[in-house]
Design a protein around this ligand. Structure first.
Ligand code: MN
Length: 245
């Protein structure tokens, strides 16, 4: 099994190192990741400048671009083979509910899925890297136990509680929950007195009921949500056709 690994926290992040270490024991791996933290990059491609690929001392490749750039470059020219699986993470913090639309971690996996390759995004529920090796071990379990049994290609979004491996709850199939709207932007002044804005925190959970990713992880379970890319609101199609008549 050949696995391409990427992330959005950058190639130096503890999460991608832990994931690479865990998967190198069971597969041929290659790491292609952003050169810096590109969290929140979503599915963006860099179309306004050239991109370069460099190789770090540990063998990881890093790119001066987004997570999507990394996977795109790897799949469309850099690698001379097609990976069997693409994994992303382990991210420094949760990607649940609406987070999935902003997440570079999920985007890296989505890029592979768009190319017809099965892909899995892994995130820890809390940031700070506590129990990151435990999360990587869970990731390896999922890669080994579930890879062959799902219809391919698939796109899975996995959120892992920051728990020791022995205390980890069961793998649980979930749907995405929903958040309230985001917290207000944080206004400030730069040293020259000009007004600046920092994007505020994500909103609190709005739909965190049973069956959601929020609920499962609050119970100590590993949340696995199958994702799709088609954003069409099918229930509104007929209403729209009526409106257009
Ligand atoms: Mn991140």
């Amino acid at each position: 099994m050949r696995i391409l690994i990427s992330n959005d926290d950058g190639y130096l992040a503890p999460g991608i190192q832990a994931l690479a270490d865990a998967l190198a024991a069971v597969a041929d791996i290659v790491v292609v990741a952003p050169d810096s933290n590109r969290s929140g990059a979503s599915n963006s491609l860099s179309l306004d400048r050239p991109l370069s690929v460099s190789k770090a001392a540990n063998g990881f490749y890093f790119v001066n671009g987004t997570p999507t750039d990394c996977v795109h470059i790897a799949l469309t020219g850099m690698l001379d083979y097609r990976p069997d699986l693409v994994v992303s993470g382990v991210n420094n913090g949760q990607n649940m509910g609406d987070d999935t639309l902003y997440s570079g971690t999920v985007a890296a996996a989505t890029e592979a899925y768009l190319f017809g390759i099965p892909a899995i995004a892994f995130s820890q529920v809390h940031s700070g890297w506590s129990e990151v090796d435990s999360a990587a071990r869970v990731a390896r379990d999922i890669v080994l136990r579930h890879f062959e049994t799902l219809e391919s290609p698939f796109l899975l979004n996995v959120n892992i509680p920051n728990l020791p491996y022995e205390q980890m709850g069961p793998l649980t199939a979930t749907r995405l929950g929903r958040r309230h709207q985001a917290e207000p932007v944080i206004r400030g002044q730069d040293p020259r007195g000009r007004e600046i804005f920092w994007i505020g925190a994500p909103g609190a959970c709005r739909d965190a009921g049973e069956g959601t990713d929020f609920y499962a992880t609050s119970q100590g379970q590993v949340s696995i949500t199958p994702l799709q890319v088609d954003l069409t609101h099918r229930e509104q199609l007929d209403a729209l056709r009526g409106w257009l008549k």
